[in-house]
Design a protein around this ligand. Sequence first.
Ligand SMILES: [Fe+2]
Length: 239
Amino acid sequence: MVLYDVPGAPSRISEVGPGSSQWVPAAAELASRLLGPTPERLRHTIGVAEHAEYLSTVLNGELGTTLVAAAWLHDIGYARRLRETGFHPIDGARYLQRAGWPPEVYDLVAHHSGARFLAAAMGLESALRPYPFVIEPLSDALTVADQSSGPSGERTTVERRLADQLRRHGPNSPYAQTYPQRGPYVRSCAFRISALIQRTALPGSRASGSAKGVPAAEDVTRRGNAKPLSALPFPAIGS
Ligand SMILES: [Fe+2]
């Protein structure tokens, strides 16, 4: 069954249900097809999706599936055939909307990683307006997954990623112009997600009864695989 890229069948992907497990393989296949001609971009996307998979464990099932699907799709707007405005969050969201993906996915794509700041600097506020933005764990998690994955998908820190964007795009770029607003927003996403991870550490962990209810780093686990919080590519609360 084709679940994407179906002109004339705008609700096809929605019909499989909110947060359906079918969203993720459909998103992965679509992203791989559209970004195949740009292997480095695809490697970055794979890194973001892997990170989103990890972060999805602190969201409930439907939200987690939405996050991972959006992670696969967040940069498809870079594909040449999707180019309209030249700003990939908007171009990707427009395509997904036309192809029948649900709003909870394409709204995330439209706003990932502080896109609203860059859109304003590029004179594209009106193009972004149809896509509502809400600060919530989903949007925070997608931004963290993206902003802690390097250009080739390698794991990095939010601070290194922000600095790298300034260096690559130059001092006159929208990234530089919006850094005073976008930088603090990206950091705030990282802090909120770090706090959420600590709050949702598995019950019964050694630190679950620790002072202030904050688990120790080594007690944060995911799907049975121990992963120290200190290994996360963004700062933990209080660090
Ligand atoms: Fe990205």
